[in-house]
Design a protein around this ligand. Structure first.
Ligand code: MN
Length: 339
Protein backbone atom coordinates (compact mmCIF):
# COMPACT_ATOMS: atom_id res chain seq x y z
CA UNK A 1 0.00 0.00 0.00
CA UNK A 2 1.19 3.49 -0.81
CA UNK A 3 2.22 5.42 2.26
CA UNK A 4 -0.39 8.02 1.47
CA UNK A 5 -3.15 5.43 1.37
CA UNK A 6 -3.26 5.18 5.15
CA UNK A 7 -5.92 6.33 7.54
CA UNK A 8 -4.70 9.90 7.80
CA UNK A 9 -4.93 10.64 4.08
CA UNK A 10 -8.44 9.16 4.14
CA UNK A 11 -9.37 11.51 6.98
CA UNK A 12 -7.77 14.42 5.14
CA UNK A 13 -9.73 13.68 1.96
CA UNK A 14 -12.96 13.41 3.96
CA UNK A 15 -12.22 16.74 5.62
CA UNK A 16 -11.51 18.45 2.28
CA UNK A 17 -14.65 17.00 0.70
CA UNK A 18 -16.75 18.23 3.64
CA UNK A 19 -15.10 21.63 3.71
CA UNK A 20 -15.20 22.45 -0.02
CA UNK A 21 -18.30 24.19 -1.34
CA UNK A 22 -17.29 24.21 -5.00
CA UNK A 23 -15.72 21.21 -6.63
CA UNK A 24 -15.06 19.63 -10.01
CA UNK A 25 -14.66 15.89 -10.51
CA UNK A 26 -12.52 14.53 -13.32
CA UNK A 27 -11.02 11.25 -14.52
CA UNK A 28 -8.53 9.86 -17.04
CA UNK A 29 -8.81 10.08 -20.83
CA UNK A 30 -10.71 7.34 -22.71
CA UNK A 31 -12.70 6.66 -19.54
CA UNK A 32 -13.54 3.03 -18.77
CA UNK A 33 -16.19 1.59 -16.46
CA UNK A 34 -14.34 2.37 -13.25
CA UNK A 35 -13.50 5.90 -14.40
CA UNK A 36 -17.09 6.73 -15.38
CA UNK A 37 -18.66 4.87 -12.48
CA UNK A 38 -16.40 6.59 -9.96
CA UNK A 39 -16.97 9.97 -11.57
CA UNK A 40 -20.76 9.69 -11.62
CA UNK A 41 -20.93 8.28 -8.09
CA UNK A 42 -18.72 11.05 -6.66
CA UNK A 43 -20.72 13.72 -8.49
CA UNK A 44 -23.96 12.30 -7.02
CA UNK A 45 -22.43 12.08 -3.54
CA UNK A 46 -21.25 15.70 -3.62
CA UNK A 47 -24.61 16.85 -4.96
CA UNK A 48 -26.35 14.94 -2.15
CA UNK A 49 -24.15 16.88 0.28
CA UNK A 50 -25.45 20.13 -1.22
CA UNK A 51 -22.16 21.04 -2.93
CA UNK A 52 -21.78 23.01 -6.14
CA UNK A 53 -20.04 20.25 -8.07
CA UNK A 54 -19.35 19.93 -11.78
CA UNK A 55 -18.50 16.66 -13.51
CA UNK A 56 -15.94 17.21 -16.26
CA UNK A 57 -15.70 14.92 -19.28
CA UNK A 58 -13.84 16.50 -22.19
CA UNK A 59 -15.90 17.08 -25.33
CA UNK A 60 -13.47 14.87 -27.29
CA UNK A 61 -14.53 11.83 -25.25
CA UNK A 62 -18.00 11.77 -26.76
CA UNK A 63 -19.70 9.60 -27.77
CA UNK A 64 -18.85 7.54 -24.69
CA UNK A 65 -18.54 3.76 -25.12
CA UNK A 66 -22.06 2.44 -25.80
CA UNK A 67 -22.05 0.10 -22.79
CA UNK A 68 -21.87 3.02 -20.36
CA UNK A 69 -24.37 5.32 -22.03
CA UNK A 70 -27.19 4.23 -19.75
CA UNK A 71 -25.49 5.92 -16.80
CA UNK A 72 -26.91 9.39 -16.10
CA UNK A 73 -24.56 12.37 -16.57
CA UNK A 74 -26.07 15.04 -14.35
CA UNK A 75 -23.82 18.00 -13.65
CA UNK A 76 -21.81 17.30 -16.80
CA UNK A 77 -19.52 20.00 -18.19
CA UNK A 78 -17.40 19.23 -21.25
CA UNK A 79 -15.24 22.34 -21.19
CA UNK A 80 -13.25 23.32 -18.06
CA UNK A 81 -15.27 25.56 -15.70
CA UNK A 82 -14.18 29.21 -15.84
CA UNK A 83 -13.96 29.38 -12.06
CA UNK A 84 -11.63 26.36 -11.94
CA UNK A 85 -9.18 28.12 -9.63
CA UNK A 86 -11.91 28.42 -6.99
CA UNK A 87 -12.84 24.75 -7.14
CA UNK A 88 -11.38 21.75 -5.36
CA UNK A 89 -10.38 19.37 -8.14
CA UNK A 90 -11.14 15.72 -7.43
CA UNK A 91 -9.18 13.37 -9.70
CA UNK A 92 -10.56 9.83 -9.79
CA UNK A 93 -8.88 6.67 -11.15
CA UNK A 94 -6.13 8.75 -12.78
CA UNK A 95 -2.53 7.61 -12.19
CA UNK A 96 -0.88 10.80 -13.40
CA UNK A 97 -1.75 14.28 -14.61
CA UNK A 98 -0.72 13.49 -18.19
CA UNK A 99 -3.51 10.92 -18.45
CA UNK A 100 -5.96 13.79 -18.42
CA UNK A 101 -5.83 15.48 -21.81
CA UNK A 102 -7.50 18.77 -20.81
CA UNK A 103 -4.75 21.35 -20.58
CA UNK A 104 -6.55 23.46 -18.00
CA UNK A 105 -6.14 20.66 -15.46
CA UNK A 106 -2.47 20.05 -16.17
CA UNK A 107 -1.01 23.00 -14.28
CA UNK A 108 -0.53 21.61 -10.79
CA UNK A 109 0.51 25.09 -9.69
CA UNK A 110 -2.79 26.53 -10.86
CA UNK A 111 -3.36 29.75 -12.72
CA UNK A 112 -2.42 33.27 -11.67
CA UNK A 113 -0.35 32.02 -8.77
CA UNK A 114 -3.34 30.44 -7.06
CA UNK A 115 -2.43 26.84 -6.34
CA UNK A 116 -5.09 24.33 -7.24
CA UNK A 117 -6.31 22.10 -4.48
CA UNK A 118 -6.22 18.60 -5.94
CA UNK A 119 -7.64 15.50 -4.26
CA UNK A 120 -6.13 12.45 -5.94
CA UNK A 121 -8.23 9.34 -5.30
CA UNK A 122 -6.95 6.27 -7.11
CA UNK A 123 -5.82 2.64 -6.98
CA UNK A 124 -2.98 2.56 -9.56
CA UNK A 125 0.23 1.35 -7.89
CA UNK A 126 2.26 3.68 -10.12
CA UNK A 127 0.27 6.82 -9.22
CA UNK A 128 2.61 9.82 -9.31
CA UNK A 129 1.08 11.36 -6.16
CA UNK A 130 0.34 14.63 -7.94
CA UNK A 131 -2.40 15.74 -5.57
CA UNK A 132 -2.48 18.11 -2.63
CA UNK A 133 -3.90 15.08 -0.85
CA UNK A 134 -3.28 11.59 -2.23
CA UNK A 135 -5.63 8.81 -1.25
CA UNK A 136 -4.03 6.05 -3.30
CA UNK A 137 -4.78 2.49 -2.28
CA UNK A 138 -3.20 -0.04 -4.63
CA UNK A 139 -4.92 -2.84 -2.70
CA UNK A 140 -8.36 -1.56 -3.71
CA UNK A 141 -9.86 -3.51 -6.61
CA UNK A 142 -11.11 -0.31 -8.22
CA UNK A 143 -11.46 3.39 -7.51
CA UNK A 144 -15.16 2.78 -6.99
CA UNK A 145 -14.24 0.63 -3.97
CA UNK A 146 -12.33 3.55 -2.41
CA UNK A 147 -15.30 5.86 -2.98
CA UNK A 148 -17.64 3.28 -1.49
CA UNK A 149 -15.37 3.27 1.57
CA UNK A 150 -15.63 7.07 1.88
CA UNK A 151 -19.42 7.20 1.84
CA UNK A 152 -19.90 6.26 5.47
CA UNK A 153 -17.51 9.03 6.51
CA UNK A 154 -19.52 11.51 4.46
CA UNK A 155 -22.85 10.31 5.81
CA UNK A 156 -24.24 9.57 2.35
CA UNK A 157 -26.24 6.42 1.63
CA UNK A 158 -26.07 4.91 -1.85
CA UNK A 159 -28.99 5.99 -4.01
CA UNK A 160 -29.80 3.70 -6.94
CA UNK A 161 -27.77 5.97 -9.26
CA UNK A 162 -24.74 5.89 -6.95
CA UNK A 163 -25.05 2.13 -6.43
CA UNK A 164 -25.31 1.37 -10.16
CA UNK A 165 -22.38 3.63 -11.02
CA UNK A 166 -20.15 2.06 -8.34
CA UNK A 167 -21.26 -1.42 -9.40
CA UNK A 168 -20.23 -0.76 -13.00
CA UNK A 169 -16.78 0.32 -11.76
CA UNK A 170 -16.54 -2.78 -9.61
CA UNK A 171 -17.51 -5.38 -12.20
CA UNK A 172 -15.45 -3.89 -15.02
CA UNK A 173 -12.20 -3.45 -13.04
CA UNK A 174 -12.43 -6.90 -11.43
CA UNK A 175 -13.33 -8.67 -14.68
CA UNK A 176 -16.69 -9.59 -13.15
CA UNK A 177 -15.03 -10.67 -9.87
CA UNK A 178 -12.48 -12.90 -11.57
CA UNK A 179 -9.21 -10.91 -11.68
CA UNK A 180 -6.51 -11.19 -9.04
CA UNK A 181 -7.57 -7.88 -7.45
CA UNK A 182 -10.89 -9.42 -6.40
CA UNK A 183 -11.03 -9.84 -2.64
CA UNK A 184 -13.60 -10.16 0.08
CA UNK A 185 -13.98 -6.38 0.17
CA UNK A 186 -15.11 -6.37 -3.47
CA UNK A 187 -17.76 -8.99 -2.74
CA UNK A 188 -18.91 -7.22 0.43
CA UNK A 189 -19.25 -4.03 -1.60
CA UNK A 190 -21.27 -5.91 -4.24
CA UNK A 191 -23.61 -7.17 -1.52
CA UNK A 192 -24.07 -3.64 -0.20
CA UNK A 193 -24.82 -2.29 -3.67
CA UNK A 194 -27.32 -5.06 -4.37
CA UNK A 195 -29.03 -4.20 -1.09
CA UNK A 196 -29.15 -0.59 -2.35
CA UNK A 197 -31.15 -1.76 -5.35
CA UNK A 198 -28.71 -2.83 -8.09
CA UNK A 199 -30.29 -5.35 -10.45
CA UNK A 200 -27.32 -7.58 -11.25
CA UNK A 201 -28.70 -9.15 -14.39
CA UNK A 202 -29.96 -5.83 -15.74
CA UNK A 203 -26.49 -4.25 -15.38
CA UNK A 204 -24.89 -7.35 -16.90
CA UNK A 205 -27.19 -7.06 -19.91
CA UNK A 206 -26.41 -3.36 -20.35
CA UNK A 207 -22.64 -3.64 -19.99
CA UNK A 208 -21.84 -7.01 -21.57
CA UNK A 209 -24.70 -7.86 -23.89
CA UNK A 210 -26.68 -5.66 -26.25
CA UNK A 211 -23.48 -5.79 -28.29
CA UNK A 212 -23.54 -3.83 -31.57
CA UNK A 213 -22.89 -6.13 -34.52
CA UNK A 214 -19.83 -4.04 -35.45
CA UNK A 215 -18.17 -5.17 -32.24
CA UNK A 216 -18.53 -8.81 -33.20
CA UNK A 217 -17.20 -8.04 -36.69
CA UNK A 218 -14.19 -6.23 -35.21
CA UNK A 219 -13.51 -9.14 -32.83
CA UNK A 220 -13.53 -11.51 -35.81
CA UNK A 221 -10.85 -9.39 -37.48
CA UNK A 222 -8.83 -9.17 -34.28
CA UNK A 223 -8.88 -12.95 -33.90
CA UNK A 224 -7.96 -13.46 -37.56
CA UNK A 225 -4.84 -11.31 -37.08
CA UNK A 226 -3.34 -13.18 -34.10
CA UNK A 227 0.40 -13.84 -34.07
CA UNK A 228 2.28 -15.82 -31.45
CA UNK A 229 5.95 -15.42 -30.60
CA UNK A 230 8.55 -17.34 -28.60
CA UNK A 231 6.51 -20.49 -28.28
CA UNK A 232 3.39 -18.49 -27.52
CA UNK A 233 4.47 -16.56 -24.42
CA UNK A 234 3.71 -13.37 -26.38
CA UNK A 235 0.37 -13.40 -28.19
CA UNK A 236 -0.40 -10.32 -30.28
CA UNK A 237 -2.98 -8.95 -32.63
CA UNK A 238 -3.61 -5.68 -34.42
CA UNK A 239 -6.57 -3.64 -35.61
CA UNK A 240 -6.02 -1.12 -38.37
CA UNK A 241 -8.11 1.86 -39.37
CA UNK A 242 -9.43 -0.26 -42.26
CA UNK A 243 -10.53 -3.01 -39.84
CA UNK A 244 -12.61 -0.42 -37.99
CA UNK A 245 -14.09 0.98 -41.18
CA UNK A 246 -14.91 -2.47 -42.62
CA UNK A 247 -16.57 -3.47 -39.31
CA UNK A 248 -18.42 -0.19 -38.93
CA UNK A 249 -16.88 -0.12 -35.46
CA UNK A 250 -16.34 2.68 -32.97
CA UNK A 251 -12.94 2.96 -31.30
CA UNK A 252 -14.17 1.50 -28.01
CA UNK A 253 -15.37 -1.71 -29.70
CA UNK A 254 -11.86 -3.17 -29.38
CA UNK A 255 -12.48 -3.48 -25.63
CA UNK A 256 -12.38 -7.17 -24.72
CA UNK A 257 -10.53 -8.45 -27.81
CA UNK A 258 -7.32 -8.77 -25.80
CA UNK A 259 -8.97 -10.99 -23.16
CA UNK A 260 -9.34 -13.73 -25.76
CA UNK A 261 -5.58 -13.60 -26.36
CA UNK A 262 -4.60 -13.60 -22.71
CA UNK A 263 -6.71 -16.70 -22.13
CA UNK A 264 -4.77 -18.83 -24.61
CA UNK A 265 -2.68 -21.63 -23.09
CA UNK A 266 0.99 -20.70 -22.79
CA UNK A 267 0.47 -16.93 -23.09
CA UNK A 268 2.31 -14.83 -20.51
CA UNK A 269 1.58 -11.49 -22.19
CA UNK A 270 -1.12 -10.51 -24.66
CA UNK A 271 -0.87 -7.34 -26.73
CA UNK A 272 -3.36 -5.48 -28.90
CA UNK A 273 -1.99 -2.84 -31.25
CA UNK A 274 -4.57 -0.57 -32.75
CA UNK A 275 -4.83 2.55 -34.83
CA UNK A 276 -6.70 5.45 -33.30
CA UNK A 277 -9.84 6.00 -35.35
CA UNK A 278 -9.31 9.04 -37.54
CA UNK A 279 -5.87 9.53 -35.97
CA UNK A 280 -3.67 11.19 -38.56
CA UNK A 281 -0.69 11.53 -36.19
CA UNK A 282 0.47 7.93 -36.71
CA UNK A 283 0.21 7.21 -33.00
CA UNK A 284 -1.05 3.72 -32.24
CA UNK A 285 -2.36 2.43 -28.96
CA UNK A 286 -0.84 -0.66 -27.43
CA UNK A 287 -2.77 -2.53 -24.72
CA UNK A 288 -0.99 -5.14 -22.64
CA UNK A 289 -2.34 -7.89 -20.39
CA UNK A 290 -0.41 -10.37 -18.27
CA UNK A 291 -1.89 -13.79 -17.61
CA UNK A 292 -0.19 -14.20 -14.21
CA UNK A 293 2.37 -12.52 -11.96
CA UNK A 294 5.52 -13.48 -13.88
CA UNK A 295 5.42 -10.34 -16.01
CA UNK A 296 4.55 -6.82 -14.79
CA UNK A 297 3.19 -5.15 -17.94
CA UNK A 298 3.02 -1.72 -16.30
CA UNK A 299 6.86 -1.74 -16.28
CA UNK A 300 6.87 -2.32 -20.04
CA UNK A 301 4.29 0.42 -20.63
CA UNK A 302 6.18 2.93 -18.48
CA UNK A 303 9.26 2.61 -20.68
CA UNK A 304 7.15 4.02 -23.51
CA UNK A 305 5.54 6.77 -21.49
CA UNK A 306 2.42 4.82 -20.55
CA UNK A 307 1.35 3.07 -17.37
CA UNK A 308 -1.30 1.03 -15.67
CA UNK A 309 -1.55 -1.99 -13.43
CA UNK A 310 0.76 -5.01 -13.17
CA UNK A 311 -1.65 -7.12 -15.21
CA UNK A 312 -3.24 -4.45 -17.43
CA UNK A 313 -1.39 -1.49 -18.91
CA UNK A 314 -0.98 0.48 -22.11
CA UNK A 315 0.94 3.09 -24.03
CA UNK A 316 0.93 5.06 -27.30
CA UNK A 317 3.69 4.60 -29.84
CA UNK A 318 4.90 5.55 -33.29
CA UNK A 319 6.83 2.25 -33.63
CA UNK A 320 5.87 0.08 -36.57
CA UNK A 321 4.74 -3.52 -36.09
CA UNK A 322 8.21 -5.11 -36.46
CA UNK A 323 9.86 -2.69 -34.03
CA UNK A 324 7.07 -3.18 -31.57
CA UNK A 325 7.26 -6.98 -31.78
CA UNK A 326 11.03 -6.85 -31.19
CA UNK A 327 10.60 -4.48 -28.23
CA UNK A 328 7.89 -6.59 -26.59
CA UNK A 329 9.71 -9.89 -27.16
CA UNK A 330 12.82 -8.45 -25.45
CA UNK A 331 10.86 -7.06 -22.54
CA UNK A 332 8.85 -10.21 -21.93
CA UNK A 333 11.93 -12.45 -22.23
CA UNK A 334 13.89 -10.27 -19.78
CA UNK A 335 11.15 -10.39 -17.17
CA UNK A 336 10.55 -14.13 -17.62
CA UNK A 337 14.27 -14.75 -17.17
CA UNK A 338 14.04 -13.04 -13.78
CA UNK A 339 10.77 -14.70 -12.73
MN1 MN B 1 -9.67 1.67 -12.11
Amino acid sequence: MAENGDRSSRDWVLEELRRSDKLVVITHENPDGDALGSLIAMQEILTALGKDSAMFIDEHEFPLPYEYRFLPLSGLVSTPPEDLAERTIVFLDCGNLERNPAEAFQQPGGVGGTPYKILNIDHHHDNTMFGTVNLVDAQASCTAEIIYGLMGGLGVKPTLTIAEALYVGLITDTGRFMYQNTGAAAHRMAAGLIEAGVDVHEIYRRVYEDVPYGKLALLARGLANVHRFDGGVLTMTSLSESDYVASDAEESYSEGVIDHLRAVQGTAVAALVRDRRGGADGARKVSLRASDERVDVSKIARQQGGGGHRQAAGFSTAMDWDELVAFLRDQVAAQLARA
